[in-house]
Design a protein around this ligand. Sequence first.
Ligand SMILES: [Mg+2]
Length: 351
Amino acid sequence: MNDRRTLDHFTGCLIGGAVGDALGAPIEFTRLPRIRMLYGEQGVTDYDTAYGRRGAITDDTQMTLFTAEGLILSKARQEYAGPDNIVLAVYHAYLRWLYTQDAQIQKRLIKGYGTCSIVDGVLTGYKELHCKRAPGNTCLSALRSGNIGNTGSPINNSKGCGGVMRTAPVGLAFPDAEEAFDVGCECAALTHGHPSGYLASGAAAALIADIIAGASLEDAVDNAVRILKTRRGMEECLRAVETALEYVSKGEESPETIEKIGAGWLAEEALAMSIYAAMIAGGDFSKGVLLAVNHSGDSDSTGAVTGNFLGALYGVGRIPEKWKEELELNDVITEISFDLFERFGMNISAV
Ligand SMILES: [Mg+2]
């Protein structure tokens, strides 16, 4: 086992996700034939302008940063004030994300939670994070409702990919895959109540936890599947991953193949497509994320999750320089990765 509990791999996971997100951003709502018309047979091979700039991140990366901030603050509080409810800390971080997307909510948040839910952390201070980058309606409405979802008491019946696309920091924070799976599920269930909506998030977090612990991608996927099989309501999510693994074993690699796995709007599809793209990548970060974004579906989310997997696996050094240089908020993502590593990477006992 080659332990990847290093700053290089923590940063790789979050920067990799953001790069995949930014590559997919211009084509999130574009069908494959039109992608080929615009960019040629290969589809997108580099950043293109989205939201007024090259290398723009979307809600996937914005929310991933808030997941990380919730985990970091919870761990910091635990260090001076004793046990802290980590999922609740992540929930409060998502409320701060909600505030970045809807400043009108501020009064209600202050009334309901006190000012700390807004002023905690540093992320709300970055004006770029207040930009609207096609935020998911389920995330917005669940957080606006004032109710806190959990797996035992689902907040809705949504299985959109809004949980899985923001889960990577959980895999970095929890060295034990089973624990990462459970926390990944609960953090997703804050906004997504359908089992596939949160189980996909748990599986992605477990997969990253095992990669960081030094497992091969194949072994990490096997273990995530093993844990998934023990959970209620897992059939749909398992079927999606098994379909992906079937295409990996056949060695089929094309946009048409990834489209047979799904479109990525749904959590289990985003997970399965990302597993497929990461496994087909064969050690090549660029190949994996480009395969993950060139399809008719939710390109930025599948790009983000694939980038999380491959960045955790290879480290930030293997991500092309040109993509890191042009990446929006590269410095903030790097800083949050450092904070996560400082709290969770050096001492492997998680919260
Ligand atoms: Mg997005």
